[in-house]
Design a protein around this ligand. Sequence first.
Ligand code: ATP
Ligand code: MG
Length: 440
Amino acid sequence: MCLASSTTSAGASGPSWVLVVAAVLVSGLLLAGPALRRHYPVAWWLLLGFPVAAFRVMQTWRPLMAGCGLAVSRRPALTVVSGLVGNGAPPPQPRVPRRGLIRPTSGGFVLLVRLLPGQVPEDVVKAAPAMAESWQVHAVRVTSWKPGVVRIVASASDPLAALRTPKQRGPGHLLRVAVGVLETGAAWVVDLRGVPHWLIVGATRSGKSTLINALVAGLAPQHIALVGIDCKGGMELSLYEPRLSALATNREQAVRLLAALVNLTLDRMSVCRAARVRNVWGLPEKARPVPVVVIVDEIAELFLVASRSEKDEAQAAGTALIRLAQLGAALGVFLVVAGQRVGSDLGPGVTALRAQLGGRVCHRVADPGTAEMALGDLNPDALKAAQAITPEQAGTAVLASGDGWERARSHLITEAEAEAVATEYAHLTPVLSELHVEAP
Ligand SMILES: Nc1ncnc2c1ncn2[C@@H]1O[C@H](COP(=O)(O)OP(=O)(O)OP(=O)(O)O)[C@@H](O)[C@H]1O
Ligand SMILES: [Mg+2]
């Protein structure tokens, strides 16, 4: 008896202690919330923000799905019969897509959702703004995950709103550079071995050169060659001249340099063929030629023509670029092409070149044609997102590749910083004598 009563009293005091401790913890967290949020946003999100958001998702899921037309009534015939029988049971609730576990990320959360028969991912995509509204988060992105399942990614706040400076210093992985931050808060990594050729578009002062600064600052410490083609008279790329193995500052030089690059690529092809390997990565490390990253800032300067002789030059430059893009990836030659306007009015070569540039970055654009050219063969939502970028959001871009699209913002690397990095690593500049093309 005595034992029983003591056990009972221990059992009663146990949960009450837990409640007290929990209450103290929660009130402590609530009091410290604003400071925690300011100084440790990720901890704040995981401890306070996420539980509240997850609760909201659970509370609103069913009405939200019904309100967005994603609920399906359950066997209507049976409902009628049960109504006739009049057993008082409420009619069965309509079915809604089944929600998986809500998992936190560093700045939001993610969940998988199983669609009902007859539903397609686009139906849920349309509901994304309503979800963001109900869950009080900055944005909700819906993507197909596998047949019948979509992935919902919510970001609590806009991680692109804050200016970022890079964390990466030193060489890092070969041909991989963290150039900014994605909307999810993850690093935006340009990996040239994964996607070898890139097209960067955007209106003037939208952030193209700043992105190139970030890329150059990350590539300069690596054992690679950088080659510049800047037909704006070298205004953009001459900053990095100490780290460039070659620089063309007008179209005539660009044509010669591109022809030399094509020859270098063909030479590498012979080397690979002789060694019976399919690409330069198959060669032994000692025999492997240095990777070459060719940066073209303002592609329109190469293609726009005023006279007959310029037309021939433009055509030659376009053909060489297309050849480089076709052959280059396997032979260690990579292209990064930037331009304000990349419309078909620049000539048929531009469209053919675009097809070869698999990585696309679209900053704020002045004309819908350029966004269409950069992203049009992808999701129409990507186009809308690019057109929604405002001048105040310089550096913000929509990235697209074969797998989909996302928003990102480059690190703010100023010209002075890029110049300093180029000078610091000037000693790593490989001498590629075959690219030193003098005027005839
Ligand atoms: N990622 C960024 N974060 C913050 N500010 C940025 C960012 N990128 C660009 N900016 C701002 O926008 C300005 C213009 O950027 P940038 O020179 O890169 O534009 P651009 O697209 O190369 O323009 P242009 O076509 O005229 O050469 C920069 O000086 C900087 O103030
Ligand atoms: Mg620029």
